[in-house]
Design a protein around this ligand. Structure first.
Ligand code: MF3
Ligand code: CO
Length: 270
């Protein structure tokens, strides 16, 4: 989220092991939320599930009270973004309906180390267009994760994400929108750290990746145009054309043995 130039935090193997614990808490919460999501449940109830997982695991929230855009501290532990909401939707009384698409973003802190991930959940029966949108967005995330290797350039990730999306046109023709105003980020002793990670661009640019770095990669893709705005609640990011959006995210560590997906439920090394 931040474009300031700076150095990228290098974690020791012990520190990455703690980040894996934080990532596992995130994975467990997102799995619990995915299992509970159905027409009729409110986004506030999903937030409560995540609060329980934090408490059960002795973890704290990366999001609650977070101040990024001025003076409004974030009020939830999850972001729950429905349909034309792209990211940073505030959980509350909104009741999910059959055919909705919901992105849930969640961050946890264990012993000072952060994990951050997001999933897109299909509520009941959604249109094939929406199912494809979510699948392509998730595929683009995994294409990016596979580039998180020692010696690669940062924008090899950006390029892999973009290429996956561009090469999969929506079923009805046209093209997907890749959101440009938000992107991925370094993560570790804070949730948002250098570098900012674009979800598009030429490969071979930016810093060279080294063992001990950790990155949160998070493509945001729409069924229409990529332009977004922020609602009066100071947080919720929506598409300007009202088109539906999907968002997937994982935290990955760069290791000498390849990318280690810290927020996967299983031990995933690519
Ligand atoms: N994964 C989201 C992001 O990196 C989490 C931010 S929500 C906030 O933008 F509330 F913490 F800001
Ligand atoms: Co993030």
């Amino acid at each position: 989220m931040f474009r300031r130039k700076g150095s990228i935090e290098i974690k020791t193997p012990d520190e990455l092991a703690v980040m894996r614990q934080a990532g596992l808490v995130v994975a467990k919460a997102l799995a619990a939320i995915s299992g509970a999501t159905r027409p009729g449940i409110s986004t506030g109830e999903l937030d409560a599930i995540a609060r329980d997982v934090l408490a059960d695991n002795g973890a704290t929230s990366s999001f609650l009270g977070y101040k990024a855009h001025g003076a409004v501290p974030y009020p939830g532990v999850i972001c729950a973004s429905v349909n034309d909401e792209v990211v940073h939707g505030i959980p509350g009384d909104r009741v999910l309906r059959d055919g909705d698409v919901l992105s849930v973003d969640f961050g946890a802190i264990v012993d000072g180390w952060n994990g951050d991930a997001a999933v897109t959940i299909l509520v009941g029966d959604v249109t094939p267009e929406i199912a494809d949108l979510s699948r392509v967005t998730e595929d683009s995330l995994w294409a990016g994760l596979r580039q998180a290797r020692v010696g690669a350039h940062l924008t090899d990730i950006s390029h892999a994400v973009e290429t996956t999306i561009v090469e999969s046109a929506p079923p009805g023709g046209g093209r997907y929108g890749i959101v440009e105003d938000y992107g991925g980020h370094g993560i570790g002793s804070s949730m948002h750290m250098d570098p900012h990670i674009l979800n598009y661009g030429s490969p071979g640019r930016g810093p060279i990746l080294r063992a001990g770095m950790a990155l949160a990669i998070e493509p945001m893709v729409t069924l229409g145009n990529p332009e977004v705005g922020v609602l009066a609640d100071a947080w919720t990011v929506v598409t300007l054309d009202g088109s539906t959006a999907a968002h997937w995210e994982h935290t990955v560590a760069i290791t000498d043995d390849g990318p280690w997906v810290l927020t996967a439920l299983d031990d995933v090394r690519l």
